[in-house]
Design a binder for this molecule. Structure first.
Ligand SMILES: Nc1ncnc2c1ncn2[C@@H]1O[C@H](COP(=O)(O)OP(=O)(O)OP(=O)(O)O)[C@@H](O)[C@H]1O
Length: 363
C-alpha cells in the first residue's frame, strides 16, 4: 500500500466524483458494516460478504497498568475467576453506553480483530439503536465509531433494522409487532408502512434474570454461583414451571457459603420461576401497553401475522407460548433472533449514500 503522503498526492491529482477525501480513501478495500452493539453482545454484519461476527460486550482491564488486555468472549470467560487487579467491564448497561472509552476500545478491537482487519479501512457503519437511549448516549455511540476510524456512521432505529433484517425492506406491508428481549433491555414496538406506531422500552431483561437467579441461589441454598452458571440455569429451565407445573431440576456447581468448598446443587424450575416471573410480568406489561396504543386496523394485521420475538432472551423456553396465551396472538421466535438487528443494519447499507452522517444531526 502507498504511504500517506503518496496517497494524498494521488488524491489531489484524481479525486473526481468522490464526495470527500475520506470517502475516496475509504473506498479502497473498505467493507461497510452493519452493527448491533448490545449490552451482552456486539454483532457485525459485513456487506457483500454477508458475514456475521458476534462477540461478548465485555473487556478485561488491568487496574494497575490501566490497560485493557482482553475483550469479547475471552474477557467474559475471566468473569468471577480473575485476580484482584483485573476488572471485568461491560461498557454498556441497559442497552446504552456507560463507559465511553471502554465502548470505543471494544468496538475498535472487534472490528480490527486480526481475521477482519484486512477487510476494513475506515469503514462506513450503520448501527441500530433503541429509542430508549437519549441524545447523550447516541453521541457516545457515534463518538465510539469515530474513535474506531469510521468515516461515516448512521444510526437507525432498532425496529426498522429488525424489519430490514426480516424482509430486506424497512417498509412493512402491514402492521408488524416485534418483542426484542436482549441482555440489558426489552424493546416492544409496532410498525406500520408509515413508521413506528407505538413502542415501549424496559431495562428488565436477560441480565437481570441472571442476577436474580444468582441472588436466589445464594439466599436459598447458601451457595455462590457465577453469572454464567445462573445464565445456564435460566436457559435450561426457562419458563417451564409456568407452563407445565411439573418439577424439573437443573444441576450447577458453586461455592458453599457455609463450608467454603465447591458443591453441586439442584435448582428447580419453580425456583427459577420465583425470580424470573416478576421480570416476565414486566415484559408482558410492556406488550400490553403497546397493544393498547395500537390502532385496531394494525392489530388485525398483527393477529394475522403473529408477534415476532427477537433478541437472544426471546429464546427463553416457553416465552413464546406464554406471550401467545397472554395476548391471544400467535407469538414466535424468528430465525437467528440475536442476529436479526445486525442483518437489518447490514442490509440498510445499500442505502447508506442516501443517509446523512448521524453526527451532523447531533450538532
Ligand atoms: N436459549 C436462551 N434462553 C434464554 N435466554 C437466552 C438464550 N440464549 C441467549 N439468551 C439471553 O439473551 C441475552 C442476550 O441477548 P442479545 O444478544 O440479543 O442482547 P444484547 O443485544 O446484547 O442486549 P441489549 O439489546 O439489551 O443491549 C442474554 O441475557 C442471554 O442470557
Amino acid at each position: 500500500m502507498s504511504t500517506k503522503t503518496e496517497s494524498t498526492e494521488e488524491i489531489k491529482k484524481d479525486n473526481s466524483g468522490q464526495s470527500s477525501l475520506m470517502d475516496w480513501i475509504g473506498s479502497f478495500g473498505a467493507e461497510d458494516i452493519g452493527v448491533d452493539i448490545g449490552t451482552s453482545n456486539i454483532v457485525l454484519y459485513v456487506k457483500h460478504k454477508g458475514l456475521i461476527f458476534s462477540e461478548a460486550s465485555v473487556l478485561a482491564r488491568n487496574e494497575i497498568t490501566h490497560e485493557y488486555f482482553a475483550f469479547g468472549t475471552k474477557a467474559e470467560e475471566m468473569e468471577g475467576k480473575a485476580p484482584h487487579e483485573i476488572s471485568i467491564i461491560r461498557p454498556l448497561r441497559n442497552g446504552a453506553i456507560i463507559d465511553y472509552n471502554g465502548a470505543a476500545y471494544l468496538l475498535n478491537s472487534i472490528v480490527n480483530k486480526s481475521y477482519l482487519k484486512s477487510m476494513f479501512f475506515h469503514p462506513r457503519l450503520i448501527m441500530c439503536v433503541s429509542d430508549g437511549i437519549n441524545s447523550v448516549q447516541r453521541r457516545a455511540l457515534l463518538e465510539a465509531a469515530v474513535a474506531m476510524g469510521a468515516r461515516k456512521t448512521v444510526l437507525i432505529d432498532q425496529p426498522l433494522a429488525a424489519m430490514m433484517g426480516m424482509n430486506g425492506s424497512s417498509k412493512t406491508p402491514e402492521g408488524t409487532m416485534f418483542v426484542d428481549v436482549g441482555g440489558g433491555s426489552t424493546k416492544v414496538s409496532v410498525l406500520s408502512p408509515r413508521g413506528i406506531v407505538a413502542s415501549q422500552f424496559s431495562t428488565r431483561s436477560g441480565i437481570k434474570m441472571d442476577q436474580a437467579i444468582m441472588n436466589l441461589v445464594k439466599e436459598k441454598y447458601h451457595v455462590r454461583i457465577g453469572r454464567k452458571e445462573a445464565e445456564s440455569l435460566k436457559i435450561a429451565l426457562g419458563a417451564q414451571w409456568d407452563l407445565e407445573q411439573t418439577p424439573r431440576i437443573s444441576e450447577t456447581f458453586g461455592l458453599s457459603l457455609v463450608s467454603g468448598l465447591p458443591v453441586k446443587i439442584a435448582v428447580t424450575g419453580e425456583d427459577i420461576a420465583s425470580v424470573v416471573n416478576p421480570i416476565l410480568y414486566d415484559i408482558f406489561k410492556c406488550i400490553r401497553d403497546v397493544i393498547q396504543r395500537t390502532p385496531p386496523a394494525i392489530l388485525a394485521d398483527i393477529r394475522e401475522h403473529g408477534i415476532k420475538l427477537i433478541g437472544g432472551g426471546s429464546q427463553l423456553k416457553g416465552l413464546d407460548i406464554l406471550i401467545s396465551r397472554i395476548t391471544g396472538f400467535r407469538a414466535y421466535v424468528v430465525e437467528r433472533p440475536n442476529y436479526i438487528n445486525a442483518v437489518g443494519a447490514g442490509k440498510s447499507l445499500d442505502y447508506i449514500n442516501e443517509f446523512r452522517d448521524s453526527l451532523q444531526d447531533l450538532h
